[in-house]
Write a protein that binds this ligand. Structure first.
Ligand code: ATP
Ligand code: MG
Length: 699
């Protein structure tokens, strides 16, 4: 059985929604007046047209790209197998680079890159590439790959840090038709080997080391370890980034700069069939073992082109100086679609930053935004919650005046985090696009078109053009507005994944079997009276309390709304009386946690004395964490109702997350239930978090 679809957790019953959120923010008129889409009426009329005839709608969008040969049929649909732009021939690299380099945008900046380390002059290294320069570099590296015998259809693994060469590597693969398989640069050797072997990669592109939070991450050394178990790999290309010596095996390992030095800067783009695979990418592994999704060329190009254009208002002649910064690592789908392919197809200036948000200080992102005049900023709720935890003083040092649009992706965003983002980063001036989508969907599916759709904190709002989401029962019957259910997509869309690499059966079973005739997302959602979608969390994570089925998002949002709470994850633990008891794992705001720790330690020191810990000098109350637990339980009951009142609250320094920053509730559920973890932990970011949680469990 697939990890995503557990029929046991998909009961016939609806999800109960208990969240009350009625704030609504119309798009700022200054934004709307210069946006691509200027009003709700305009959005609705285009949306209705796109749904009445999706094929014509997508075909019209596709005509904005360069095709070597036009398609003969827009969609060939044989559930669940879709072919888009049948018989069309195009090249995504050429649409990202050549179209601009050979047109009016040759001297426009394509990539601004900022290194993490701060030099002796107090400044980080910065590199910029114009579209003309990118065109040359991509062609030289494409020739370098060819010189190693890499051909169309070969799979190439990429295990690099965030450098301009990483973007060049993707584009060069796309140019010659090699299928890239990017593996996030934080994974360990066995995770690399698994992915390389699953897709039988012939080469690995890597670098000596990368920089992260002031340390060097030895990428080549980790690749060497993986190479002991990857017989398909014939070549390794190594970018020199840090200069730290690495092992180079003659005949197998090549320096990037040597290969490129002897490569000509002219390499014609390979005409690819629309359905030729473009890349393989493994999911984040939040719910189980990662799946290697396959994206193909034509549909993915069109989908990422159009979603970037409208959701981020890019390629807008009113904003020629836009600088677009998506903070995702290219190791994730967000980086593929919204650092590289979407923005470059739109001729945008893309900012890439190498390192951590809190190096050397907690204000690095805000400093970058001010120095490079970033106008559009796209990040994840996990980052936003960290910024909140670190404290407003880091944000308030910076003007952030260049920003005009904000985005978020990756998890449901708690309404209070959304409000903080709006006020502290957007200065109540920038619309927020909360974008719901998945590795499998290739591009954004539900998100407000800024300038057109009013936003509500915590809601991804309305579907993108051509996309028909629906909230249904497991039998596929629509649930009434206001009730929760399973989120499905009714019709195929161009950027959808075509299969799981080497395992079409798993593709069919995981996504197309639970709800007959529909793509099942694995997420729960409800639609409100205005037709807005509210993501309620993963269906696998649903709590079943006294006959009520609760999504995790609403209970967690209630906790996060408490002024002392930074982050929360709730899970169910079997309970004789209620079916499941609600267990909440909670991290506190930075200064609150510190003051409690101080109060606790001084009360421990004072143990036995008549005076309790002193509290006069801090925000910490004299009473203990125990009373804060009671306070939080009461708070949740009051905010959203007694049914959601946590039975058990556990404070922790950090929650277990995937390397892409998503809370792994399945591990917390195992811990809360059995006191140990047996599930797949290869994508866990920090193993110490689990060890600490276990300790506190025993203590
Ligand atoms: P796996 O499928 O291996 O468990 P994953 O689902 O985390 O991992 P991704 O494809 O990176 O892998 O993430 C997609 C999921 O992230 C969505 O299904 C949803 O649960 C969550 N998500 C992404 N964006 C949003 C959003 N804006 N609002 C709510 N949830 C979101
Ligand atoms: Mg998923």
């Amino acid at each position: 059985m697939s990890s995503q679809s557990m029929p046991s957790s998909i009961s016939a019953q609806d999800l109960d929604s208990i969240l009350r959120e009625d704030r609504i923010f119309p798009p700022p008129p200054e934004f709307s007046s210069t946006a691509h889409i200027k009003s709700l009426a305009e959005y609705e009329s285009l949306y209705n047209r796109s749904i009445a005839d999706p094929e014509s709608f997508w075909a019209e969008a596709a005509r904005n790209l360069h095709w070597f040969q036009p398609w003969t049929k827009t969609l060939d649909w044989n559930l669940p197998w879709a072919k888009w732009f049948v018989n069309g021939k195009l090249n995504l690299c050429s649409n990202c680079v050549d179209r601009h380099a050979l047109g009016d945008n040759a001297e426009k900046t394509a990539i601004i890159w900022e290194a993490e380390p701060i030099g002796e002059d107090g400044q980080p290294e910065i590199r910029t590439l114009t579209y003309a320069q990118l065109h040359r570099e991509v062609q030289r590296f494409a020739n370098a790959l060819k010189s190693l015998g890499i051909q169309k259809g070969d799979r190439v693994a990429i295990y690099m840090g965030m450098t301009p060469e990483l973007a060049i590597a993707l584009l060069a693969c796309a140019r010659i038709g090699a299928v890239h398989n990017v593996i996030f640069g934080g994974f360990a050797a066995h995770a690399i080997a698994d992915r390389v072997n699953d897709s039988q990669c012939v080469a690995i592109l890597t670098q000596d080391s990368s920089y992260r939070r002031g340390s060097e991450v030895p990428l080549k050394r980790t690749v060497d370890e993986a190479l002991a178990n990857t017989p398909s790999v014939k070549h390794v290309v190594v970018l020199k980034r840090s200069g730290t010596p690495v092992n180079m095996q003659p005949g197998r390992d090549w320096w990037w700069h040597d290969l490129v030095a002897s490569s000509r800067p002219i390499c014609p783009a390979e005409p690819m069939d629309s359905e030729d695979p473009l890349y393989i990418l493994y999911t984040s592994g939040t719910t189980g073992k990662p799946k290697g999704l396959v994206h193909t060329t034509g549909g993915y190009s069109v989908g990422t082109y159009l979603t970037t254009r409208y959701c981020f208002d890019l390629d807008n002649p009113n904003h020629p100086n836009d600088v677009f910064w998506c903070t995702a690592d290219i190791g994730w789908v967000t980086g593929h679609s919204y650092v590289v392919y979407g923005p470059l197809q739109n001729g945008a200036t893309v900012l890439m930053y190498e390192g951590a948000p809190n190096y050397p200080g907690c204000d690095r992102f805000w400093d970058i935004i001010d120095r490079h005049k970033v106008t559009i900023f796209y990040t994840a709720p996990t980052a936003i919650r960290a910024f909140i935890k670190w404290g407003n003083e880091h944000v308030e040092k910076h003007s952030l005046a260049s920003l005009r649009l904000l985005g978020t992706v990756g998890e449901p965003i708690n309404p209070e985090a959304w409000m903080w983002y709006r006020e502290k980063i957007g200065h109540n001036r920038c619309p927020i696009v909360d974008t719901w989508w998945q590795t499998e969907t290739g591009g954004i599916m539900i998100a407000p078109i800024p300038g057109a759709v009013p936003t509500k904190p915590g809601s991804a709002t309305r579907p993108f053009f051509g996309i028909q989401p629906e909230v249904v029962t497991p039998e596929g019957k629509p649930v009434p507005k206001g009730s929760g259910g399973l989120l499905v997509i009714r019709k195929p869309w161009p950027s959808m994944a075509r299969t799981v690499w080497g395992d079409p059966e798993r593709y069919q079973k995981t996504y197309w079997s639970d709800v007959p005739g529909s793509y099942f997302t694995g997420d729960g959602a409800r639609q409100d009276a205005d037709g807005y979608y509210w993501l309620m969390g993963r269906v696998d994570d649903v709590l079943n309390v006294s006959g009520h089925r609760l999504g995790t998002m609403e209970v967690e949002s209630a906790l996060v709304a408490h002024p002392k709470v930074a982050e929360a994850a709730v899970v169910g633990r079997p309970d004789d009386l209620k079916g499941q008891a609600v267990v909440a794992f909670v991290t506190l705001e930075g200064h609150v946690a510190a003051s409690y720790a101080k109060a606790e330690s001084s009360s421990a020191a004072d143990h036995g004395s008549a005076t309790p810990a002193s509290s006069a000098d801090s925000a910490a109350p004299a009473n203990s964490l125990e009373s804060l637990k009671d306070e939080l339980k009461k708070w949740v009951a009051k905010e959203i109702g007694p049914i959601a009142r946590p039975d058990d609250i556990r404070f922790t320094d950090a929650l277990p997350k995937t390397r892409s920053g998503k809370i792994m509730r399945r591990l917390l559920r195992e811990l809360a239930t059995h006191g140990e973890i047996k599930g797949d932990t290869t994508t866990l970011e920090d193993f110490q978090v689990i060890a600490k949680l276990r300790e506190s469990d025993e203590g």
